[in-house]
Design a binder for this molecule. Structure first.
Ligand code: 13P
Length: 245
């Protein structure tokens, strides 16, 4: 069975004091021991979180580069993450795809490099409102997946996050039916890699997940967890981690 997974993507939010508060809240909470939890603070706070968070919670960078080291101003390497005991990275978030202009190929290359060098990846995909309204959701997500498949061969270190862009930060969560439909299509597509990858790969939902809507979403057969933005900065994040209790 796939282990339920909840990620917290802080995005470019927080300060030393607010992040210490989030960590202390998580450290003092009773968390469902069956859920894998990964939090992703801004790069400058990765070590602060790594050194202060309880054991059992992993830490993710929000980006990582696909070269070992060298003249790449502003980038962080996979070996630097591992040196700091950061074993995860979020890659291909829609904000990086749209605002920072990362292509499907760049995201796939970074995912390949990270996973081949020991850093697990929360790989994000999802359609815009315009694409959904044109009936192109599955086509768009499949194209993103195809670009990943063209470069990646080991899927064991990849967790997929389906995040419809129109649901991110808008308060407009996908309905359970809308989310399950895409998750099911992604799992069907994963069979083109192998039946085992389709069975084993966690598919998270992201986009306006809250303590109110997580319960219903978590009951869908192909929803294996969440990637939480805004609510991961609040005490309600604990309720989302515990949504199946
Ligand atoms: P919100 O939960 O704030 O909508 O953000 C979702 C997201 O983008 C997580 O990566």
């Amino acid at each position: 069975a796939r282990q339920f997974f909840v990620g917290g993507n802080f995005k470019m939010n927080g300060s030393i004091s607010s992040i210490k508060e989030i960590v202390s809240n998580l450290n003092n909470a009773v968390l469902d021991a069956e859920v894998e939890v990964v939090v992703s603070p801004p790069a400058i706070y990765l070590q602060l979180v790594r050194e202060s968070i309880r054991s059992g919670i992993e830490v993710a960078a929000q980006n990582v580069y696909d070269k070992p080291n060298g003249a790449f101003t502003g980038e962080i390497s996979v070996s630097q993450l591992k040196d700091s005991n950061i074993n995860w990275a979020i890659l291909g978030h829609s904000e990086r795809r749209t605002i920072l202009k990362e292509s499907d190929q760049v995201v796939a290359s970074k995912t390949k490099y990270a996973t081949e060098n020991g850093v697990s990846v929360i790989w994000c995909c999802g359609e815009s409102l315009e694409e959904r309204e044109a009936g192109k959701t599955v086509e768009v997500v499949t194209k993103q997946l195809e670009a990943l498949k063209a470069q990646v061969s080991d899927w064991s270190k990849i967790v997929i996050a389906y995040e419809p862009i129109w649901a991110i930060g808008t308060g407009k969560v996908a309905t359970t039916e809308q989310a399950q439909e895409v998750h099911k299509a992604v799992r069907e597509w994963l069979k083109s890699v192998s039946d085992k990858v389709a069975e084993d790969t966690r598919i998270l939902y992201g986009g306006s997940v809250s303590e109110k809507n997580c319960g219903e979403l978590s009951k869908q057969p192909d929803i294996d967890g969440f990637l939480v933005g805004g609510a991961s900065l609040k005490p309600a994040f604990v309720d989302i981690i515990n949504c199946r209790k």
